[in-house]
Ligand binder design. Structure first.
Ligand SMILES: Nc1ncnc2c1ncn2[C@@H]1O[C@H](COP(=O)(O)OP(=O)(O)O)[C@@H](O)[C@H]1O
Ligand SMILES: [Mg+2]
Length: 398
């Protein structure tokens, strides 16, 4: 099975590229699902589902739009009813105690990450059921898709460090606290709900970090602001152990446009295409031209796919198998190696906490679980070498 994640800044063309990739794979005979993880869904619009007389809302479950091709727009209201009942009713009750009205509390009780987590649960479920050969994830703009990517690690951390403490604590104090406190403490079913959800994403982190299965493709435009955001996304995705195997540069001005009006645009695109190539090398760029119209409906999506993947190129091919980081041992020195293009040494913070190493780059942070053989070691030195952050680890002095 293949999982392809399309991420990037708002409006760059993620949904169009995801739709085209899905259509191409389905036409190659793969059972394909395109799933939207962007709360502002536009997948159904892209496939022009409503004009074919089908109800838009039907996409809250996978909906067949072409042979071998389903689309799915995760709907948070539905998901709350299906999976989050205990958690959200607890949060709602807490919010109501603080004077919020019912409807308002319902809205606020949708906390950040619920949507992403729900999508993650479906990916895991469909994978277990072997329902599809390819799952294409049409992600929200960069910030939210980073939350999606970090979800398994965040939840893992919570389950390991916070959950047991919180649960034990509440068990002990609940009989007294409920008499004193204006707010109900969470019940056992609240914790059971959290544990259920956690079980539903079990194993997904390994799948996402395996480049044979999962690839991240960053969609971008050849413009300064978009390029910067693509770089940040690249660092963060790598930090989370996922492999970026392609940068898709959308809306490149076609040669045919020779109008003087666009001369400056063309020069600046050329410049940023060059920058993109230098930054991301050896990750390949795929260029797609700006079209004369929106990409709506199957025929246009197919035409776009032909530009995107000419000569029958297979978008599911595995082209990069290097993991973004690895643990190595040589000459008695242990090393953690992180592939981090365009990172300055000064931007990188590093410390050890328990059996985890915490890497910070700017405002981004990742806990990396160390293998047992390295868990007792301390980072002693870090260097940037060949676009690689190399951290030397030694036994702590007693
Ligand atoms: N290469 C292109 N040429 C012309 N229009 C495009 C191109 N790529 C995307 N579009 C149009 O731009 C709009 C935004 O694209 P979309 O794929 O929804 O972006 P995103 O999902 O990143 O927000 C859509 O109307 C889409 O049809
Ligand atoms: Mg979109």
């Amino acid at each position: 099975m293949r999982i392809l994640l399309f991420s990037g800044k708002g409006g760059v063309g993620k949904t169009s590229v995801a739709a085209a990739t899905g259509l191409r794979l389905s036409e190659m005979g793969m059972r394909t699902l395109v799933m939207s993880v962007d709360p502002a869904h536009s997948l159904a619009d892209s496939f022009d589902v409503s004009s074919s007389g089908l109800f838009h809302s039907r996409t809250f479950d996978p909906l067949r739009v072409a042979p071998n091709l389903d689309i799915h727009e995760v709907n948070i209201q539905k998901e709350i009813k299906r999976h989050w009942q205990e958690i959200s009713s607890y949060i709602t009750s807490v919010l109501r105690t603080s004077g919020m009205s019912g409807v308002e509390a319902d809205e606020v009780a949708i906390f950040p990450g619920m949507e992403e987590l729900s999508a993650m649960m479906y990916v895991n479920q469909f994978r277990r059921e072997e329902r599809y050969d390819a799952i294409i994830l049409d992600c929200a703009p960069t910030a939210e898709s980073l939350r999606f990517i970090s979800m398994p690690a965040t939840l893992d951390w919570y389950m390991k460090h916070v959950f047991p403490v919180q649960r034990g604590l509440f068990k002990a104090v609940r009989p007294i606290a409920n008499r004193l406190s204006p707010v109900e403490l969470p019940t056992d079913s609240y914790f059971a709900n959290i544990r259920d959800l956690y079980a539903k994403i079990d194993g997904i982190d390994t799948i996402l970090e395996n480049p044979q299965t999962t690839s991240v493709r960053l969609v971008t435009n050849a413009e300064k602001m978009v390029v910067r955001e693509t770089q940040r996304a690249f660092v963060y995705v790598s930090l989370h152990g996922l492999t970026v195997d392609e940068i898709v540069v959308n809306r490149v001005l076609p040669e045919a446009v020779q109008d003087n009006f666009f001369a400056e645009w063309r020069a600046s695109q050329l410049h940023f295409l060059g920058e993109l190539e230098t930054y991301f090398n050896p990750v390949p760029l795929r260029r797609v031209p700006l079209l004369q119209h929106e990409i709506l409906g199957l025929d246009r999506i197919r035409a776009f796919a032909n530009l995107l993947y000419p000569d029958g190129a297979n978008p599911a091919a595995v082209t990069r198998t290097e993991r973004p980081y690895e643990f190595a041992k040589g000459n008695g020195v242990y090393e953690v190696r992180l592939r981090l293009p365009f990172t300055e040494k000064a931007e990188v913070g590093l410390f050890k906490k328990g059996d985890e190493m915490v890497v910070e780059i700017g405002t981004l942070r990742r806990h990396i679980g160390l293998p047992t053989s390295m868990a007792a070691l301390e980072p002693v030195r870090a260097r940037l070498e060949n676009r690689m952050l190399v951290v030397e680890m030694k036994e702590a002095a007693q």
